[in-house]
Write a protein that binds this ligand. Structure first.
Ligand code: CMP
Length: 131
């Protein structure tokens, strides 16, 4: 996902350019907005964290871009491309270093495993939206 902060700041195009330039194939994509309930369901794994309320209100405050990406070693390579969760710790040239504001408003989300990528892809897309 390209998160609401990066959408608000006008970085959709630049972020998609970095993703495709790094060799990822976009197999599904949509411009959409999560309801608070959607965000709570998507991030359910974090529901006991102190930042859960902040995270879910942020993620539902405006539109996002959701996408499914394909590449060999996609999970690991995408996490390298986006950089550390906290942009203060992210490597130079990474998407979060370039475009994220702070650990909460950190521009993009990437799945942390192939299993979660399948779950998160199915959260956003039906079978006929994936190519
Ligand atoms: P993401 O990769 O989408 O997965 C969980 C999100 O929780 C993470 O990116 C951050 O946006 C958010 N997050 C993680 N740690 C904190 C924190 N300490 N304070 C606020 N938000 C956080």
């Amino acid at each position: 996902m390209i998160k609401p902060d990066a959408v608000e700041s006008g970085h959709i195009g630049a972020i998609l350019e970095k993703i495709t330039a790094a060799g990822f194939k976009i197999v599904a994509m949509k411009y959409t907005q999560l309801s608070l309930r959607d965000a709570q369901a998507f991030y359910e794994v974090h529901k006991e964290r102190p930042f859960f309320g902040e995270l879910t209100s942020f993620m539902s405050r405006g539109p996002i871009v959701a996408a499914i990406l394909e590449k060999d070693n996609a999970v690991e390579d995408f996490r390298a491309l986006i950089g550390a969760t906290n942009p203060a710790d992210a490597a130079e040239g990474t998407i979060r270093k370039l475009y994220a504001k702070n650990v909460g408003e950190n521009a993009v989300h990437g799945s942390d495993s192939d299993e979660n990528a399948a779950i998160e892809g199915a959260f956003h897309f039906s079978g006929r939206e994936v190519f």
